[in-house]
Design a protein around this ligand. Sequence first.
Ligand code: IMP
Length: 188
Amino acid sequence: MPQRAYVIEQMISAKSIAARVEELAIEIAAEFRDTDKLVVVGLLRGSFVFIADLVRELELPVEVDFMEASSYGNATQSTREVRILKDLRGEIAGRDVLVVEDIVDTGYTLAHVLGILRSRRPARLRTIALLDKPARRETPVRADWIGFEIPDEFVVGYGIDYAQRNRNLPYIGRVRFSAEDDAVTSGS
Ligand code: IMP
C-alpha cells in the first residue's frame, strides 16, 4: 500500500520519557509493594519498548506476559470491533495484574482487553498507558497511570508505528504528512 510522505518532529524526548518511566515505576512499586509476583501484561506490539523500560525500573518481583489485540473500524457502524490475536500464556485468577498499553486513543482496545481480563477474576487489575489522547475518546476508559497526555495528533516512535515503521525511534514524534507524494521521506 503506498504511503504518504511525511516527516517526524520530536514531541517527547528520550530523556523526558526515561524520567517519566522512573517516576511511574516508583508509584507502581508503591501500589504493589505487598504483591507476591506482579503479572505485567504488555499489549503488543506498540508497548514492547515501554514495557521493557518499565519492568527494568520496577523494584518488584514481576512476571511478564503479552496479549495482542487488533481494532478496526467497521465502515457501516459507529462501533469498533476488537479482536484478540494472541492471548496470555499464563493464568491470572487471583493474581495482581498490570496492563501496559502504548496509547489510549478511542479507548475501545483497552476497554475490551480489560473486560476479558476482569472476567478471569484477577485479585487486582490496573492499567498504565504511556500516552493518552483524551480528545479522541469514544468509550469511557482511563488508565490508572498515564505517562503523557497528548493532543489529537498521530505519533510514532518508542515502539509505536506508522504502517510498521518508526518503532525504533528513541523518542515520540508527531507525524507531519505532506500534501501529496507517495514516497516516504522520513523513516526510522
Ligand atoms: P484505541 O482502541 O482507539 O484506543 O486504539 C489504541 C491503539 O491504536 C494503540 O494501541 C495504537 O496501536 C493505535 N494508535 C492510536 N493512536 C496512534 C498514533 O498516534 N500512532 C500510532 N498508533 C496509534
